[in-house]
Design a protein around this ligand. Structure first.
Ligand SMILES: [Zn+2]
Length: 350
């Protein structure tokens, strides 16, 4: 197994996170990536720094006007305001347009050139601030996913992308939920270009809404997500069982929501349903967006999984025997990340 990570991914240091009307300390700490990297090293798997790949792998799944915004927003933010009304330390929206687009439909560029308008248009919530070095970390996190996909396209059976910031809540043209560029979609698209049919199996605690959005009209990429019931949990608006894809992608999206409080047994039953759907689709490669925020003691968890569940994920991957890219998504109890990854690796071993 090859692993990828760039130290520049630690530069993104969000300072604030809105929860039920109060600004909290951020959940996406750089220490998360350091804990995962230490576990890789303990298993004799050094993480390689991914090659610089520019914007091309990102543009394969995101709107260029959105990437223009992300890359330039922080610098522009410094020029806002006036004496006595200085801008905040991070880029955050203070408005959000009402817009209605069908799943899979693409929005035009923001109609206003004003940075505040664009921030409302492109940043979907108050959990996704942009700081001075965020773009560099976002870009390198995407390169990490792309390098893992390229390794698998080159013949490696399994690659792990230690992505941070995470990506699966990033839509085609919108950041949200600590996510800016959809690393799992970057990997899936790179694999699709090489292999043809690709499945994405998202086992993070939250619905992979951005990945669903990006591939909703695609028949080449089957998107499957197990997650806590979104009726009472982020991302709230999507992740329901009736969302099955649109147009050519009709039938190529599967959501398996879990009741809050579900433990290993319920999760593994959903996992097996997901695996059966993937086997019917018969892909040539697999992307696994992996989240450890399903862990019972995770600070934002509503599920009650323990490490045996992650070992079961590894065992299912081994049985599927597909060229696979594992992409790191959530997990916010720093001390649980290493043991979680170790359990996944144990399941992958024959
Ligand atoms: Zn999550």
């Amino acid at each position: 197994m090859q692993a990828f990570f760039c130290p520049d991914q630690l530069l993104h240091q969000p300072q604030q996170y809105m929860r039920i009307g109060r600004i909290h300390k951020p959940a996406d700490l750089p220490a998360r990536a350091e804990a995962l990297q230490a576990t890789l090293l303990a298993h004799g798997i050094p993480a390689h720094s991914p090659p610089e790949a520019g914007r091309a792998p990102l543009e394969a799944v995101h709107a260029p006007h959105y990437l223009d915004y992300l890359s330039a927003a922080y610098e522009g933010w410094q020029k806002l305001g006036r004496p006595g009304l200085e801008p905040g330390i991070e880029v955050l929206p203070n408005l959000s347009p009402y817009y209605g687009v069908a799943p899979g439909e693409r929005r035009p560029p923001c109609p206003s050139p004003a940075l505040l308008a664009q921030t409302g248009y492109y940043v979907g919530d108050l959990a996704s601030p942009l700081g001075p070095h965020s773009w560099r970390s976002i870009l390198r996190s995407a390169h990490t996913a792309h390098a893992a996909a390229m390794a698998v396209a080159g013949g490696e059976r399994l690659a792990y992308a230690l992505c941070r910031p995470s990506g699966h809540h990033a839509h085609h043209d919108r950041a949200s939920g600590f996510c800016y560029v959809n690393n799992s979609a970057v990997a899936a698209e790179a694999l699709r270009e090489h292999f043809g049919k690709v499945a994405v199996l998202d086992v993070d605690a939250h619905h992979g809404d951005g990945t669903q959005n990006i591939f909703y009209a695609s028949a080449d990429v089957l998107t499957v997500s197990t997650h806590a019931d979104p009726a009472g949990y982020f991302p709230f608006y999507t992740g329901y069982a009736h969302e099955r894809g649109a147009g050519a992608g009709e039938g190529f999206n599967l959501n398996l929501p879990l009741a809050h409080g579900s433990g290993n047994a319920e999760f593994i039953a959903a996992l097996d349903e997901a695996v059966a759907a993937i086997e019917r689709f018969a892909p040539e490669a697999l992307v696994l967006p992996m989240g450890f925020d399903t862990y019972r003691d995770d600070p934002i968890s509503v599920l009650r999984l323990d490490f045996d569940a992650y070992r079961a994920v590894g065992e299912r991957l081994r049985a599927l025997a597909l060229p696979t890219v594992i992409v790191q998504e959530g997990g916010y109890m720093v001390e649980a990340l290493g043991p979680g990854l170790a359990a996944l690796l144990a399941g992958l071993r024959p």
